[in-house]
Design a protein around this ligand. Structure first.
Ligand code: THU
Length: 129
């Protein structure tokens, strides 16, 4: 499955606008591309009980899983106006459960993108296997 990196980043940037982040004011958007080419989006959703906040990456993944998807090829993340925003450690672990071979890209629309494999971001991963 080939996908367009800038299109996936654009989807993440649009998702970022939906973020609920009144505490940190740091809005994040994520877009997850399935093996079949479908895109699932997520944004961060914060809470007055701070630790209940959920990251954009997990929202995108959980939406896709709940829709019956299991095969993923790439995840794009856009964080605020930062040049790069890679997933936090908790999201790396949750993503690795379903997509150890995932490609992760981050950046801003129209700008150079940063690319890593999930297994580079989380080596020696603890998984079912
Ligand atoms: N956040 C994400 O959504 N994804 C990341 O990769 C890093 C952090 C959110 C959580 C919180 O709402 C805000 O960014 C600041 O940490």
């Amino acid at each position: 499955m080939t996908y367009n990196h800038q299109e996936l980043i654009a989807a993440a940037a649009r998702a970022k606008e939906k973020a609920y982040a009144p505490y940190s004011r740091f809005k994040v958007g994520a877009a997850l591309c399935t093996a079949g080419g479908k895109i699932y989006i997520g944004c961060n959703i914060e809470n007055a009980s701070y630790s209940l906040t959920i990251c954009a990456e997990r929202v995108a993944l959980f939406q896709a899983i709940a829709a019956g998807e299991r095969d993923f090829v790439a995840l794009a993340v856009v964080g605020g106006d930062q040049a790069a925003c890679f997933p936090c450690g908790a999201c790396r672990q949750v993503l690795a459960e379903f997509a150890p071979e995932l490609e992760v890209i981050t950046g801003q629309p129209g700008s150079p993108l940063y690319r890593r494999l999930l297994r580079e971001l989380l080596p020696d991963t603890f998984t079912l296997k």
